[in-house]
Write a protein that binds this ligand. Structure first.
Ligand code: UDX
Ligand code: UDX
Length: 504
């Protein structure tokens, strides 16, 4: 490993060896001869490492995971993660400087910098169940690094973690007395699924939190290969950890705020898209993240807010906890409101009626269904005895069924026979939107896939029962056009006017 002579940020041109967090002396790092490894080949670890490997062809990047099936998929033509543009990025770097394997110990030994990108789901048991983050996988990773590491390593927290987790990670790392030394950095990921490649290529900012200037500089110099130095923000560890939770809380809060207003729009005759446009042109508010919807989903928003709530409670900040919890409560209300409105509108019964479900992913351009609002809306409609025909362009049938079974299972792992029967017998998976709508009483749009906008809606309508209900949970389609075709379309945040539907 050579020294950081050429690096900026006020470092000496030919710096001396440095003292790290543990008080050990170690040589400064540059990206020359650097080796990177990442534990966790998921939605974040896979794309992020693929981008680093693409942009830094001289840096070997080894992504490891316990899940052999997932690694096999990363090594195949069918990547486990669907992201526009990702196939090309992986193809360019794989076999050159990007490796996917399950050889965790070997990867740790060889790397100078180790990213931890394992999942941190909400705890489903014990203290903090339903709120706190489950840090089991983080701790296991830290212990494995401590056991396998030799020499000096920079350990980078990529996973979203509660504030001060780095402290625990540091203690675990220093618990093995094998002479290895460590610096710990927090480098939260801000990419959004569906736009991950562009977000990684052109991020608004990269955030690096840490205590060692040299370790921060080593990681900065990786990103600086394609991101300007001004966009690389450095903070202390705790600010970095908290900034990730805060960013997600603010974003989710905007969605809950616009969704709250959507209920008021429906009651008053205002139009939520017009309200969003009107407020979004105020430069202080801005136009992004003001799309009313059936509710937010994804692996992060709910989990991170609940984690924040737990953290506030832990520090005795009850009012602050209540304030943020309301964002999740509003989101649950929005999902429930949508399925209840469907039942109410369809003459208070959907029992034995076929409903076509268009979209199951939590947003367009991803195959990810974690916390997708579609799961809960479908579950509630199933419990009303509806027959669902579900189509999503990217989500496999098996995954849809698994998510529904999971949503019917309570915290103690109990699934009633009734719920199992409903998922097994009242759910069919359709090959396309037409099949899902055929002979249906209603269609519900739950993901905003672009291809749903350009269907032959006359054909869809012709194959449905009358009235042909269309519930647009993403405000994807034009209400007047759809009503003109003969649908009875109900949209989020828009009052329904019966006079707008021609007599059929
Ligand atoms: C990431 C972050 O890490 C999480 O904290 C953040 O909130 C969301 O984004 P993500 O990449 O979406 O998580 O998770 P996932 O797709 O589930 O991938 C995690 C991977 O880690 C899985 O492939 C899993 O097999 C692997 N893993 C988990 C390990 O290799 N070792 C473990 O000990 C645990
Ligand atoms: C989010 C953050 O945006 C990202 O910075 C972080 O790293 C991970 O969590 P992600 O969950 O992948 O990313 O997608 P995002 O685009 O934020 O959407 C989250 C949910 O909010 C989706 O269900 C989406 O449909 C919904 N949403 C978003 C709305 O309903 N309306 C909006 O205006 C925006």
């Amino acid at each position: 490993m050579t020294r950081l002579g050429s690096l900026g940020n006020g470092l000496a041109k030919d710096p001396p060896d440095c003292v790290n967090d543990s008080g050990n002396i170690f040589p400064l790092l540059s990206t020359e001869n650097m080796k990177i490894c990442c534990i966790g080949a998921g939605y974040v670890g896979g794309p992020t490492m693929a981008m680093i490997a693409k942009q830094c062809p001289d840096i070997p990047v080894h992504v490891v995971d316990l899940n052999q099936e997932r690694i096999d998929a990363w090594n195949s033509d069918h990547l486990p993660v669907y992201e526009p543009g990702l196939d090309e990025v992986v193809k360019e770097a794989r076999g050159r400087n990007l490796t996917f394997s399950t050889r965790v110990d070997e990867a740790i030994k060889e790397a100078d910098m180790i990213f931890i990108s394992v999942n941190t789901p909400t705890k489903t048991f014990g203290i903090g169940a339903g709120r706190a983050a489950n840090l089991e996988f983080i701790e296991k990773c830290a212990r494995q690094i401590a056991r396998s590491a030799k020499g000096h390593k920079i350990v980078v927290e990529k996973s979203t973690l509660p504030v001060r987790t780095a402290e625990a990670v540091k203690r675990i790392l220093s618990s093995e007395c094998n002479g290895a030394t460590f610096d710990v950095l927090s480098n939260p990921e801000f990419l959004a699924e569906g736009t991950a490649v562009d977000d990684l290529l052109n991020p608004d900012r990269v955030l690096i939190g840490g205590e060692s200037a040299e370790a921060i500089e080593a990681l900065s110099s990786v990103y600086a290969r394609w991101i300007s130095r001004e966009q690389i923000l450095t903070t202390n560890l705790w600010s970095s950890e908290l900034s990730k939770l805060t960013a997600n809380a603010f974003l989710a809060q905007r969605v809950s705020s616009i969704n709250a207003m959507s209920a008021l729009c429906e009651a008053t005759g205002a139009d939520i898209d017009e309200v969003a446009r009107a407020i979004g042109s105020d430069s202080r508010i801005g136009p992004k993240f003001l799309k009313a919807s059936v509710g937010f989903g994804g692996s992060c928003f709910q989990k991170d807010i609940l984690n924040l709530v737990y953290l506030c409670e832990h520090f005795g900040l009850r009012q602050v906890a209540n304030y943020w919890e309301q964002v999740v409560i509003m989101n649950d209300y929005q999902k429930r409101r949508f399925s209840e409105d469907i039942v109410k509108t369809m003459f208070n019964t959907v029992s034995d009626k076929k409903i076509g479900i268009w979209g199951f992913a939590f947003k367009k351009d991803t195959n990810d269904t974690r916390e997708s609002p579609a799961i809960y809306i479908c579950r509630d409609l199933l419990r009303e005895r509806a027959r669902l025909s579900i189509h999503d362009p990217r989500v496999p049938a098996q995954q849809i069924r698994q998510e529904l079974l999971l949503a019917c299972t309570d915290m103690s792992g109990h699934l009633t026979e009734n719920d199992r029967w409903l998922v097994e017998n009242n759910v069919t998976i359709a090959n396309d939107c037409y099949e899902a709508a055929d002979d249906a009483h209603a269609i519900a749009i739950l993901t905003e896939w672009d291809q749903f906008k350009t269907l032959d809606f006359e054909k869809v309508h012709a194959a449905m029962h009358r009235p042909s209900f269309l519930f647009d949970g993403r405000n994807l389609l034009d209400q007047a056009t759809m009503n003109g075709i003969g649908f009875e379309m109900h949209a989020i945040g828009k009052a329904f006017h019966p006079a707008s539907v021609p007599a059929s």
